[in-house]
Design a protein around this ligand. Structure first.
Ligand SMILES: Cc1ncc(COP(=O)(O)O)c(C=O)c1O
Length: 471
């Protein structure tokens, strides 16, 4: 066969490879022979040429595949370092809580509930209906679909005590997840270089959002009983901060729920300092033995900026949340949202609204409460039995996580690596501290996959911890 035939096959296969996924399998030599009406020798020559160009690789006895890395030339982006200069915020690798894990490990690290805890049937039906409806082709208003705004406002209104003016749908801004809401709130209400008080420990994503917004984070210690209001008042006085970010219900990572008295005192301190409380109610739907009681429900003077997320309770794929704020603060947040994303997909808003307005949603939440309770208790008892050195001082009344203190001096990084080598993924507590960790902690999620493996996971953790602590 001629070199022309080889070149023709090489050119055609290059086109095919350009659109194929890395790792895709090429048709067999026999089908290439038939397709290009060429001899096996010519086809082999063409394949060798493509392999020589680094575009494919052949695995003897298995087949020929598109190469995952197609360029042998090392990339040089050094010029970008000069162009970009030093990063404004220290670069944080994405937290352990966001890592995907293979199926064969015991995963305690994730921040998300397992699929069996999601209302799968409701979600699938809602997405089908949303795809058929108007939402699939229209642009919703910047602040969100009015019906969904009403739902979020109503949820907070139902917790509002007598004598307090409840929020209206017009106070609600729908968000594509509360993470981007945190970024907007920090940018719009704090601003670069200004101080922001946060509970310590607190949600790593809030620390990240604050760092990206150039905000100066000031930790305020917080434990199972919430922050000390006097400590908070002192931090406001010392720093001149005007914003306190906190999770009064089932905090991530500690699971703490503020007692009503603390909530009242914190609100008083915030008011007295002419400041805002940014209340992150991410786990509103994950009460176990108590209900989440939003502090925002007690405020009608615009001091609380309230974030409520449906990401983890409806579906991480329908990533809808809302911020409820009043007065100029709301206008500033809305302006920031406009600059960042203009509006949230109507399909996702319609689907979220559909799910939470079905009667079966409440049935689902009741079942979820029992499932979380069973999982929480199983992990607590497994730890007590098999890993007593991981001390859970506070069994949370809701949320998805246990926060465990390890013996002083434990090398948490080493523990995490050794556990992973033994097939158990845990999250080092350091991610949740805005400054130096107050001690050696780990966070264990009891809402992850396969609770049947919790005991084994605790046994492995206990064994590795015993070895690490003994070093
Ligand atoms: C405390 C807290 N706030 C906010 C978020 C982000 O939520 P969303 O997925 O709605 O952006 C998370 C997610 O882990 C969280 O734990």
């Amino acid at each position: 066969m001629s070199n022309d035939s080889t070149a023709r096959i090489v050119a055609r296969l290059r086109e095919w490879i350009a659109t194929a996924a890395p790792g895709a399998r090429l048709p067999s030599t026999r089908s290439l022979v038939a397709e290009y009406q060429a001899s096996p020798v010519t086809v082999q020559k063409a394949l060798r040429a493509l392999a020589g160009q680094g575009l494919i690789e052949s695995r003897p006895g298995v087949g020929t595949f598109v190469r995952a890395v197609r360029s042998a030339r090392p990339a040089d982006y050094g010029w970008q370092t000069a162009a970009l200069g030093t990063p404004r915020a220290p670069l944080r690798a994405v937290s352990t809580a966001m890592r995907s894990a293979p199926n064969d490990v015991i995963a305690f690290h994730s921040g998300y509930p397992d699929r069996e805890l999601l209302p799968e049937r409701l979600v699938r039906a809602a997405l089908t209906r949303a795809a058929r409806g108007d939402a699939a082709l229209s642009r919703p208003p910047a602040a969100g679909m009015p019906e969904l705004q009403s739902w979020f406002a109503h949820e907070l209104r139902s917790a509002t005590p007598a004598g307090v003016t409840p929020p209206t749908p017009g106070d609600v801004i729908v968000l594509p997840g509360s993470q981007s809401g945190l970024s907007s709130v920090f940018r719009a209400l704090v601003g670069s270089g200004q101080p922001l008080l946060v509970e310590s420990p607190t949600y790593w994503g809030a620390i990240l959002a604050a760092a990206q917004a150039g905000v100066r984070v000031v930790p305020v210690p917080s434990g199972p009983g919430g922050p000390d209001p006097q400590e908070l008042a002192r931090a406001f006085d010392e720093t001149g901060a005007r914003l306190f970010y906190a999770q009064p219900n089932y905090a991530n990572p500690t699971g703490a729920q503020w007692p009503a008295r603390v909530a009242e005192q914190v609100l008083d301190v915030v008011r007295a300092h002419g400041a805002f409380l940014v209340e992150d109610d991410w786990a509103h739907d994950f009460g176990i033995t108590t209900e989440a009681t939003p502090v925002a429900a007690r405020d009608d003077s615009g001091h609380v900026v309230y974030l409520r997320s449906l990401t983890k309770s409806v579906s991480p794929a329908i990533r809808v949340a809302a911020v409820i704020a009043r007065g100029p603060a709301r206008e500033r947040i809305l302006a920031d949202r406009g600059a960042e994303s203009m509006y949230v997909s109507g399909v996702l808003q319609a689907a979220a609204l559909d799910v939470v307005t079905q009667p079966a949603w409440h049935t689902h939440l009741r079942g979820l409460r029992h499932q979380l309770q069973g999982r929480r208790d199983l992990l607590v008892s497994s730890l007590r039995e098999h890993a007593p050195l991981a001390h859970v001082a506070h069994v949370p009344t809701g949320g998805l996580n246990l926060w465990a203190r390890l013996p002083d001096g434990t090398d948490v990084g080493q523990l995490v690596r050794d556990c992973e080598a033994a097939g158990v993924i845990i999250a080092a507590g350091a991610d949740w501290f805005p400054a130096e960790p107050a001690g050696p902690f780990i966070r264990l999620n009891y809402a992850g996959p396969n609770p049947g493996a919790f005991r084994e996971g605790a046994r492995i953790l206990g064994q590795v911890l015993g070895q690490t602590a003994g070093r």
